[in-house]
Design a protein around this ligand. Structure first.
Ligand code: 1GP
Length: 240
């Protein structure tokens, strides 16, 4: 339980945590060493690995390569059961609680158990909430669920709190990878006010301002993928 314990105690101390999301579908293994060096020198605290559509074994190759080059915790953020590998340190065991597709609420989780059992992976139950961002995202497409409309703050709050009452250890407010607009600061701050467990926010964050706004609104851990895929100089922009 080291990963979760550390996220929680950093959150309590109001330390800003940043996960770099690596989509195995979008990186070349041979570039990962250099990329990991940049991550090591940055403010990043975690590496997440996952995507909506990833070929079998690709995730494991990416994780193995990353583990050669970094000491940061490498955590699976899987789009599907096939992305589970015991070479990572942990897994966000995501239940898509904004949606009403039983496969993504519990079905795939049952399928995942044989892979997780005795894997040594730290399994971190995570209530995953998809919020409308101005365009369709791959989470929406793949999971065939509707995101919560961004103005429905009450529903977002109640969904997050229901997740906590159900025993989720983290709540993840997701605008979707490459989102047009990140999760609104109001949704972040209203959820944060009522939540006892740490709050993750991600999707569409591509400027230092957007990152700071997410932290200042109450995000304990922010996830960024696309901004680094598109331009690695973003590492410079987010120093300190
Ligand atoms: C997606 O929240 C993450 O699941 C990160 O999104 O790729 O837009 O940074 P971006």
């Amino acid at each position: 339980s080291a990963i979760y314990h550390n996220i929680k105690s950093a959150a309590k101390q109001k330390k800003k945590q940043l996960a770099i999301l690596i989509d195995p579908d979008k990186v070349k293994i041979e570039n990962l060493g250099k990329f990991a060096q940049k991550i090591n020198k940055s403010i990043a605290t975690h590496i997440f690995v996952g995507g909506s559509t990833v070929e079998e074994n690709e995730t494991e190759n990416v994780v193995l390569e990353l583990k050669k080059h970094t000491k940061l915790p490498v955590i699976l953020f899987p789009g599907d059961v096939t992305q589970i590998t015991d070479k990572a340190d942990g897994i966000l065991f995501l239940s898509l609680i904004s949606g009403r597709n039983p496969d993504y609420l519990i079905g795939k989780h049952v399928e995942a158990v044989p892979k997780l059992f005795r894997s040594g992976l730290e399994v971190i139950p995570t209530g995953y909430i998809l919020i409308e961002n101005g365009k369709e995202t791959s989470v929406e497409r793949v999971s065939q669920t509707k995101p919560i409309p961004k103005q429905d703050i009450e529903i977002i709050i109640n969904t997050a709190k229901a997740g906590e009452y159900l025993g989720q250890k983290l709540i993840y407010l997701e605008a979707g990878s490459g989102a047009k607009e990140p999760v609104n600061f109001k949704a972040i701050s209203e959820v944060k006010k009522r939540l006892e467990i740490p709050l993750i926010v991600g999707g569409g964050i591509r400027t230092k301002e957007a990152l700071d706004l997410a932290y200042n609104s109450g995000a304990d851990l922010v996830v960024i993928g696309t901004a680094f895929e598109e331009d690695e100089s973003f590492f410079e922009e987010i120093k300190v």
